[in-house]
Ligand binder design. Structure first.
Ligand SMILES: [Fe+2]
Ligand SMILES: [Fe+2]
Length: 301
């Protein structure tokens, strides 16, 4: 049967990867997928080796510019430039220098990998934001601070990528926490706190079924504290991964400066003082100091 599809802008089969990277599946057939990608400035994305040696991925830059990095080599690609990867052996990293629109063609279906899994996680994260009234914008704020701190710490691109997703999905496990507990004013009973303590493990379990399994550990450890007083495992400083330590600092900071059912919002100064006081005991001092630098640079302190 002959088919001719004429589509206007903004029509697509499916859309995924929000909010910083939007991927739209425009057409597919015979395994080939044609996608359109919208990426915000300063975003890092990775093109990884595919499961199949035959996979060819082609990218054409319609608008904007990106910096491409493979090992020590760096180059800038702009509007009208294109690149493709085939039989890739290792990750290639890209960073958008401004808003980027790209056409993305893949010789084998990969959209489902990028899409349905991540879309499911994003849906859970959104569901939690509406369930837990006080955490509106929490993931977004966290993502922003975590990225700023990580950039200053010169983390590897892999760590940055992991941190990016971990920041967005760190509290996924709260989907299983009863609303009354999440929104309870005042102190929690021991039994109620047991529910809260489960969310890092539940969150890890949710991502471990997806291709983001490498962020499981960060999610699992984001409430661990250096002196072993955290949960769920009471891990101590060296046992906690660096990315989880970063999330711990920015997560606590955002919680302190936000209005929560169990406390009033603190000022940025007061929150920073508290974090400093608890440095070495609960929080990594270096990370706390870097967060302070970020806040000073942004004139928030
Ligand atoms: Fe949490
Ligand atoms: Fe959180």
């Amino acid at each position: 049967m002959e088919t001719l599809f004429l589509n206007k802008q903004d029509t697509f089969i499916e859309k995924a990867l929000k909010p910083a990277k939007e991927l739209m599946l425009l057409a597919k057939g015979d395994g080939v997928e044609i996608m359109f990608q919208n990426i915000q400035p300063e975003e890092i994305f990775v093109v990884s080796p595919g499961e199949s040696e035959k996979l060819l991925e082609f990218f054409y830059i319609i608008e904007g510019s990106i910096t491409c990095q493979k090992k020590e080599n760096e180059c800038i690609l702009q509007q009208g430039d294109y690149f493709y990867v085939h039989n890739l052996k290792e990750n290639v990293f890209f960073k958008t220098n401004n808003y980027v629109k790209m056409l993305y063609v893949s010789s084998q279906p990969i959209f489902h990998l990028l899409s349905s899994e991540i879309a499911k996680l994003t849906n859970i994260a959104t569901a939690i934001e509406s369930k837990d009234l006080y955490t509106y914008n929490h993931n977004k704020n966290l993502h922003e601070y975590a990225m700023k701190v990580a950039h200053k710490m010169n983390l590897s691109k892999e760590s940055l990528e992991k941190l990016l997703y971990a920041a967005l999905f760190h509290d996924l496990g709260k989907i299983n926490t009863p609303d009354e507990i999440l929104n309870k004013p005042g102190l929690l009973t021991i039994k109620e706190f047991e529910y809260i303590k489960r969310h890092p493990i539940d969150g890890k379990n949710l991502v471990e079924k997806t291709y983001l399994k490498n962020i499981g550990k960060i999610i699992e450890q984001h409430h661990e504290r250096l002196d072993g007083s955290g949960y769920p495992w009471g891990l101590k400083s060296d046992e906690i991964v660096l990315e989880a330590k970063i999330i711990a600092v920015v997560d606590s900071f955002d919680a302190m400066i936000s209005e929560r059912p169990y406390h009033k919002a603190m000022t940025v100064e007061a929150a920073m003082d508290e974090l400093k006081q608890l440095s070495d005991k609960l929080y990594d001092r270096k990370i706390v100091n870097i967060l302070e630098e970020v806040l000073i640079e942004e004139s928030k302190l």
